[in-house]
Design a protein around this ligand. Sequence first.
Ligand SMILES: C[S@@+](CC[C@H](N)C(=O)[O-])C[C@H]1O[C@@H](n2cnc3c(N)ncnc32)[C@H](O)[C@@H]1O
Length: 256
Amino acid sequence: MNSPEPPFSITVERCFSLGASTYQRSASLQAAVAARLARLARPLASSLPPGPRADLGAGSGLLARAIESKLGGPSLLRLDACAALLQQEQPPEHGLQRLWDLNQGLPVELDGASLLASSFALQWLEQPEQELSRWRDALRPGGALLLAVPCRGSFRIWHQAADAAGVPCTALPLPDAQGLMQLAASALQLRHCQLLRFSRPNPSARAFLHQIKAIGAQASPAARLQPGELRRLIHHWPGPEHAIVWHVLVLVGQKR
Ligand SMILES: C[S@@+](CC[C@H](N)C(=O)[O-])C[C@H]1O[C@@H](n2cnc3c(N)ncnc32)[C@H](O)[C@@H]1O
């Protein structure tokens, strides 16, 4: 008898653990977006109220470090479900990292937060819209939300190749940008809100799937492709003239 599949959040954590040692040198898009988000939030630095600050799904701390360097002020608490990724930040600052499953909402000490930041993490949660509402509601008046999240419409060539091959698409289902924007706008003054389009080279299906694995982002709620299905997907994968495109919502808002 087959053993039952673990809950999806356990699979996500295992995949990020396996990719933890190569995350920092492979996550170039994530590093660029973290730097951009911190730059966009800089004008808010002097108007933020006192209160806790956190990076939600911090991984190796790319975004937390970018914010600390651009905005100054108190350090950010790094929350993540993956111990191996948190440990990539060396030396870890004492008391600043917390192993935490964001599917449970936020820890109580973040009630009345001054700054909540998150990059490339919300899409891994079971209910991204519900969790975003909780993050928004945890901010105190004047507190800031800094969010970057890949959205529906990304990886079109992967979906098209899977359709053409007649195999399931194992890309992670991504949230709808409009829905996330509306949730944020209902209680935040949006200082910046843009759906950015990042194109990355597409050398081959194998190279792309390898890149995804190098950052531990290969978990999927869909069943793993059988070897024959994978061969068909690779056969139908478009050539390098078709780029890999990410649609990333980048949003900076301040609680009214
Ligand atoms: C692609 S990484 C992004 C890490 C970091 N924010 C960055 O920009 O480099 C996604 C992160 O989300 C974390 N994550 C996924 N599901 C989570 C959950 N349920 N609770 C907490 N963290 C989670 C992963 O462990 C991983 O560190």
